[in-house]
Design a protein around this ligand. Structure first.
Ligand code: SAM
Length: 188
């Protein structure tokens, strides 16, 4: 039987799955190989839209290929740009956003998310988030830049007003080698 909490991305999807309904608008802030975009596109069906961003051409191509293969590319708007420009492209209120941080597996590891831009994007996403909506952030800190990003993300989420947001931090208590951390932000 498949483990429910075995991977941090499955765990993030577990939460996202609770809130998305057909017709919702949602964001994938880091499209990568397109797996999260595909997951979101399957939930919003034909009435909603997934807005997916990535700074790497390869990621955009991989995502387009995956969604086209599944026949649901029309549910996705893909943007080959930095996610600091989210608000330039997304004008709808959104139900959920996913941030799967770090680098594209099997690609240039020097191109990765950085704390400064991640926080700019997070702020924009929170402005677009509907009450009851959720933002998931998967954090990997096995590399020095990841450690720095984790520190910056932690300092930012600590400032979020508890009267407006519930912020959850989930980590694996018994795993070794810097296991990833999941942050879930719910707008009340
Ligand atoms: C861990 S991967 C994402 C995995 C992806 N969600 C999936 O399902 O395959 C992280 C991605 O973030 C992208 N990225 C890094 N910095 C970015 C930025 N500032 N804006 C948008 N994308 C960025 C990388 O190019 C990489 O593809």
């Amino acid at each position: 039987m498949k483990s429910l909490f075995g991977s941090i991305t499955d765990l993030s999807k577990f939460f996202i799955n609770q809130v998305i309904e057909p017709g919702d608008y949602v964001i994938d802030a880091t499209a990568g190989n397109g797996y999260d975009t595909l997951f979101l596109a399957n939930l919003i069906v034909d009435k909603g839209k997934v807005f997916s961003f990535d700074i790497q051409k390869q990621a955009i191509e991989n995502t387009k290929k995956l969604l086209s293969k599944k026949g649901i590319m029309h549910r996705v708007n893909l943007y080959h740009t930095n996610h600091i420009y989210i608000k330039k492209y997304v004008h709808n209120k959104i139900k959920a956003a996913m941030f799967n941080l770090g680098y594209l597996p099997g690609s240039d590891h020097s191109i990765m998310t950085r704390g400064e831009s991640t926080i700019i994007a997070l702020k924009q996403v929170l402005e677009l988030l509907l009450p009851g909506g959720i933002v998931s952030i998967c954090l990997y800190y096995g590399h020095p830049e990841g450690k720095e990003e984790l520190k910056e993300v932690f300092s930012f989420i600590k400032t979020l007003d508890y009267k407006i947001y519930n912020v959850l931090k989930i980590d694996y208590y018994n795993k070794i080698h810097n296991p990833p951390i999941l942050i879930i932000i719910e707008k009340r």
